[in-house]
Design a protein around this ligand. Structure first.
Ligand code: SF4
Ligand code: SF4
Length: 385
């Protein structure tokens, strides 16, 4: 990484907690309800069409994990422990501000954790099917309608087709704008760093004024175009280009991304939930809105789905666009679904895409940093041969 000019609008994404409080105050005064969400399966369009707003709560830091382990087993995914720890200790300002939690039956650890969280804050659980059969589609559509009824009960506002269409159109515009910003990483020398891009994607779930977030993205896109035209980039020419897939990361759990970039690589694309997994795929604006919403969310290529062929298709598409020279599969310790899926993914990446593949299993601590550094440096050296 080298010193390079930064797009001025990046500052707007830098302190999400300050922005959140500023935006929340008038909404709370107006009686608007705040839903806490933990997953990209949560249909934010529906939440907003019912007159509520949402905030992402996934725990990304090690801090609250020791407290969580008083209740949860130590050999559980750090994301689940961190999420629960924040809730149990009352140390997350976002969680504290919520009126209720919107949860889904994704992996076993998460859904059992939600049973405990329900004792702290009301949890509405959506029953997520694990495939895309007609029966699964019908169940998920029914779950969308059940969520709409739950939201109406809390907000006093029934979801209308008109409101849902408006929110679908807004989120589609945000997805397009995010994809346009992310596309700068396909440049030989991108005008933005991958960690800044991760922060922008992550901020999407913290910014309550989604129109303002969209306008910031559009302004950022214009600034990045100017930087690109000037040849400004924090990266050196010829650096290894890495696609990172697997479990979610964010501010506080970006250890592997930092190690990759410290070792001279460019993380050109994050396929996971904090990256493009939750952004690709628009909701069909010409179809019946609730059905279109249900279809789009059930298409999310998470390892909780069985089979999860959509993830391989997405990685193929991203490989064509971002031209990585290697793929890193990041798996949080005790995440069985991503860990098992890693075997087939590794074969696909090496045999079908012809790219080197590295599976990294770790947690939120710094205890394995030196060991990981050595493995990552060796992996990157292979790409230089
Ligand atoms: S990995 Fe799957 S379960 Fe976890 S946050 Fe992403 S979509 Fe949700
Ligand atoms: S990373 Fe894996 S174990 Fe952790 S919450 Fe997501 S799917 Fe569940």
């Amino acid at each position: 990484m080298t010193e390079a000019a930064k797009a001025p609008t990046l500052a707007k994404f830098a302190s999400p907690v300050d922005r959140f409080h500023l935006e929340l105050e008038p909404l709370k005064e107006a009686g608007v309800k705040l839903a806490g969400i933990y997953c990209v399966f949560a249909p934010v369009e529906l939440v907003r069409a019912a007159g509520a707003v949402s905030v992402g709560l996934c725990g990304k830091k090690q801090g609250p994990i020791p407290d969580a382990e008083r209740v949860l087993p130590a050999n559980l995914c750090p994301l689940i422990k961190s999420s629960y720890g924040y809730a149990a200790t009352g140390t997350c300002p976002y969680f504290n501000a919520t009126d209720f939690i919107l949860a889904e039956t994704t992996c076993d650890g998460k859904k059992k954790m939600f049973e405990l969280m329900d004792r702290i804050k009301p949890v509405h659980m959506m029953r997520l099917p694990t495939d895309k059969s007609p029966e699964a589609q019908a169940l998920w559509l029914a779950e969308m309608r059940r969520l709409a009824a739950f939201l109406a009960q809390h907000t006093g506002k029934a979801v209308t087709d008109e409101a849902l269409r408006r929110e679908i159109a807004l989120q589609n515009r945000i997805r397009r704008a995010l994809l346009d910003v992310a596309a700068f990483m396909s440049e030989a020398r991108p005008p933005i760093s991958s960690l800044d891009l991760m922060g922008i994607c992550e901020s999407r779930t913290f910014v309550l004024d989604q129109e303002a977030y969209l306008n910031d993205l559009l302004a950022l896109g214009r600034e990045l175009e100017e930087l690109r035209a000037k040849g400004s980039s924090p990266y050196k020419a010829g650096a290894p280009r890495i696609l990172v897939t697997g479990t979610p990361v964010g501010r506080g759990s970006e250890k592997v991304l930092r190690l990759l970039e410290d070792a001279g690589a460019v993380v050109v694309v994050l396929e996971n939930c904090t990256g493009l997994k939750g952004v690709v795929g628009l909701v069909d604006e010409n179809a019946e809105p609730m059905e279109a919403l249900a279809k789009r969310y059930l298409d999310t290529p998470c390892s909780c789905m069985s089979p999860n062929t959509g993830r391989f298709t997405l990685i193929d598409d991203l490989t064509r666009q971002y031209r990585p020279t290697g793929v890193v599969d990041l798996v949080w310790q005790a995440c069985h679904t991503y860990s098992v899926e890693s075997f087939d993914l590794g074969r696909h990446v090496t045999d079908d895409l012809g790219l080197p593949f590295l599976k990294i299993e770790t947690d939120y601590t710094e205890s394995d940093v030196e060991q990981l550094r050595t493995r990552i440096e060796a992996f990157l050296e292979l790409q230089a041969l």
